[in-house]
Design a protein around this ligand. Sequence first.
Ligand code: ADP
Ligand code: MG
Length: 736
Amino acid sequence: MNSEKEKILNQPVQFIKSVGPKRAESFGKIGINTIRDLLFYFPSRHLDRTTTLNVSKAYDFLIDGFNGEITIVGKVVEKKKLNFGRKELLKVQMRDATGFFECVWFQGIKYFYNVFNAGEIFAVSGKPVISKYKALQFTHPDFDRITEDESNSLLNTGKIIPFYRIPKELRVGNIGDFSLRKIINTTVENYADNLDETLPEELLKENNIAGLVDSIKNFHFPESKEKLNTAIQRFKFEELFYLELLVALRKFNYKTKLSGNSMRVKTNLISSFLKILPFKLTEAQLRVLSEIRKDMESQLPMNRLLQGDVGSGKTIVALIAMLIAVDNGFQAVLMAPTEILADQHAKNISILLKNLSGICKEKEIKLSLLIGGQKKSVKEKNLEDIEFNEADIVVGTHALFEEKVKFKNLGLVIVDEQHRFGVEQRGKLQNKGIMPDVLVMSATPIPRTLTMTVYGDLDVSIINEMPKERKPIKTIMRGENSLPDIYKYIVDKVKEGYQSFIVYPLVEESEKLELKAAETYYKKLSETFLKEINVGLLHGRMSWQEKEEVMLMFLAKKYDALIATTVIEVGIDIPDANIIVINDAQRFGLSQLHQLRGRIGRGTKQGYCILVTKEEFAASSNKYKLNLDYLSPVQLEKYRSTVRLQAMVNFLDGFKIAEIDLKLRGPGNIFGTEQSGFPELKHADLINDTQLIIRAKTAAFALIENDPHFQEENHYIIKKNLLEHYSHSLNYAKIA
Ligand code: ADP
Ligand code: MG
């Protein structure tokens, strides 16, 4: 490390020409204190002015058959909203010194109408066409509002121009687009060369990755589109490489610690159990079971993620794994995210165990339930059972984390619905045994790129098949005006043995309000539309025992419909509930909607999921299909809820839904990552950068395999970076 260079980079931003005390203070407010910080303040996007054309040139290009992207800088002449039947469009007329052109929008009209005002100057980019009225026309173009000054200087440059985020702290300090671009330009020119490379040379070479200094320069002020791309690739690669290093370290630590338990699987254990089941396991369940079984037999501890869409039958697989552990004299624990679900698991398991007596082990298998809100005496008895090996199978919730829960001989940990638990919690439970086998179950389908990255320390099993006799659920979207018909449908269907859920979004303002809202819905419906049938109520103010009581009544068909203001608990299984009405559906997240829909269609009857939303919203959403691939970020923001509802109507497959959800949330905001203990990604995109992920992963895993303690000289830099920038994530993956 050259400390002279370091010193220079660590100088305060005020050293930079045209940054005075006031500007320095503004920079400080957004965390930019040193010259180095400024070098790493990257543009949020670029505008390619290499093909900036005037209107007349552009026209010639198009006539010659050019169909690439171009930019035209022009002034707004006028804007018009036009109607075609019931459709509306926005047309903005613009001009430059050589002629006119127009921009049109079919969506987001209100928004764009307010953006474009006569006299303002915009740089408009896209692939224009010549319309049938011979106008040069952009459809849904990218654009930037620019000043007169800028338009002159930009026009002449023919370069790729960076655009930086300018938070209000900077604006207040009199730093705008133009001045920031200038300040950063000076900084890059004068100081970028002082940066030391943060990746080993040979790694750069092998993976064809550009060096840091070059990449910094080209990220800010690209010499060409290719150079910009190369620079972006470098930062993506670096980020992914360090992420994968953390994953590889975790896995390395896990696999090389004390070896785990090697269990024996008696051949007749599983087959006898399968005989007492009322159904046949699916091919997928059997395959997953054999993967788990191999892990349990192996001396290495199992560390496996079991993925399967809601209703695919994960619980039964988990139970068989627990039986194997118990049969080998170990305790097994199943952790659920909520009390009511833990309780349901316990009930189902004990029913199965009753039929099983005599098959497995000489003595009867004992099950113990450990959840919050239990009577003190019950809890103490349970704790004792667990500590002295009276309990073979323990089912519980977060209560299992408590210090005082001690296992005699914990051999298997199963975590259900894992996205609710963090890695840290998983680790805590794991530490209650001596390298127990761990199976993590998730009903939220995780796209493959994510399982490769953030969950890369786990082996993955997937149940990709639903039990055969299931009918695909029908999902429809309706306006609120249809509610009376929907209620009538619910009442009619009771004769066919159907039960229904009616869900309202959680009103979060206050608990009192929630209670009131719940009771109002309940009272109103049970006295009017639903007065001929029995209606139950489930809300967030109930204790889990009360909730459970309601669910049991519903299960026993004492209720025909259940009004729920709280999200019906994940995993709850009511075979005859085959209609779910989701009110104000636009207010739910996509994975939440999918989970809710997963509550129905578990038996053999046709399931119906009815999404209810505002009348106009439902009408337009049913009519205009949005294509995610063609929406700009601004449009995505605006149409988020429409996209969610349309995804629900169009897709049943949880993986597809998860992919769309991921697109909607954006790469920086992925479920699970914040809990995974990994840093957030700034550059890479876990959905689209698959190739780069694979390369980074290969490189990182190879490095840890060869030099897990970073002892080679050219790996010091990696160790230093890990300790400096990733110390939080290292908590779970200690460097030797
Ligand atoms: P999830 O994967 O959401 O946890 P469950 O394990 O709760 O799903 O299973 C959903 C329902 O399907 C349960 O009622 C379960 O008994 C039933 N089930 C599981 N496997 C099968 C199968 N192979 N055939 C028919 N029904 C099954
Ligand atoms: Mg489940």
